[in-house]
Design a protein around this ligand. Structure first.
Ligand SMILES: [Zn+2]
Ligand SMILES: [Zn+2]
Length: 334
């Protein structure tokens, strides 16, 4: 089968022919329908020089962590899936730590290898995943469902965290209307009556934001980040200037969630934000939140905006993503 593999850090990945993987005990094999590509893939390819110590990523590895497909084979000890069933792959926790016990599998204390991050990922014709990471998606096309596992879930988790603040009359600022931001707008519209201000550098992304129901769409430029204008800021960029813009916009007792991994840093002092404001980060979302999100999509409230590319064109798509030319999410279809 074809697979897009990273052979060594800081080297361009290659589309190679490798054997179809066999699912081991506790694993399931999926025939890949689609794999969404993400800024994290660009960080992994271009910036990482070694594995983060806690997950011990070993190369070579097939890239791709936003996977949808059809159940193809259950490994020894696995049952409960149906052949050909549409499903997506999420982050599997250990299942027995305090975080997993509370349902926060993505914050598991025993950081383990995940599909596309230590385990071979979904930019391939087939992928093998831990059975407890596989979530059925009902009648959805699994290629359309793939972006729900990261673009959808990471934004949904952030929106759920701030939901108590999104009462009628509240304003939420979204910085970055990309894969995650365009989902966040729909999630907020579905679950609250809050007013949404969307910021992006790309006019086409701002047009998408308006189409999805954002009340005000502004270029991410300094004069547009009005002081004290938001009860919640969701920063899907996470660069130094966007975190500073968030701190300027946030109101007392507001909440800034930095979801994007732009690597920005700020000098945090007592005066960095108004009194009572919260600054937090997130990673992914829980399995239960993914199930909730799938239900909202099935009910027609939320729809990922996607464009499809063949696996042979994965480099073209990654190049466009790096240049900010992907509107919504690009899904690679093998
Ligand atoms: Zn990602
Ligand atoms: Zn755990």
């Amino acid at each position: 089968m074809k697979a897009y593999r990273l052979l060594a850090w800081q080297q361009a990945p290659q589309l190679l022919d490798i054997p179809v993987p066999e699912p081991g005990p506790g694993q399931v094999r999926l025939k890949v329908a689609g794999n969404g590509i993400c800024q994290s893939d660009l960080h992994l390819i271009h910036e990482w020089t070694a594995s983060p110590p806690h997950i011990k990523v070993e190369l070579p590895m097939t890239i791709g962590h936003e996977v949808g497909g059809w159940i193809d084979k259950e490994g020894p000890g696995v049952s409960g899936f149906e052949q050909g069933q549409a499903a997506v792959i999420t982050i599997a926790g250990c299942g027995h730590c305090r975080y997993c016990a509370q349902g926060w599998n993505q914050y598991c204390m025993h950081k383990s290898k995940q599909v596309g991050m230590g385990l071979d990922g979904g930019l391939a014709e087939y992928v093998v995943a831990p059975a407890n990471a596989v979530v059925p998606v009902g009648n959805m096309d699994p290629a359309d469902a793939a972006p729900l596992t990261d673009a959808g879930l990471s934004s949904y988790h952030a929106v759920k965290r701030v939901l108590p603040l999104l009462t009628g009359g509240a304003t939420v600022a979204i910085i970055g209307v990309g894969g995650l931001g365009h989902m966040a707008i729909q999630e907020i519209k579905t679950m609250s009556a809050a007013r949404i201000i969307a910021y992006d550098t790309n006019e086409i992304s701002l047009a998408l934001a308006a189409e999805l129901g954002a009340d005000l769409c502004l270029k991410s430029e300094d004069p547009h980040f009005e002081a004290g204008s938001a009860d919640v800021v969701l920063d899907f960029v996470g660069a130094g200037p966007t975190i500073k813009a968030a701190a300027r916009m946030i109101r007392p007792r507001g909440h800034i969630v930095v979801v994007g991994r732009g690597g920005g840093s700020v000098d945090f002092t007592h005066k960095f934000m108004p009194y009572g404001a919260t600054l937090s980060t997130t990673f992914g979302g829980s399995k239960l939140e993914l199930m909730e999100l799938i239900s909202l999509v099935e009910a027609g409230h939320i729809k990922p905006h996607t464009s499809r590319y063949a696996l042979d064109d994965v480099e073209l798509a990654l190049g466009k993503l790096a240049k900010g030319e992907i509107i919504g999410r690009a899904v690679i279809v093998p």
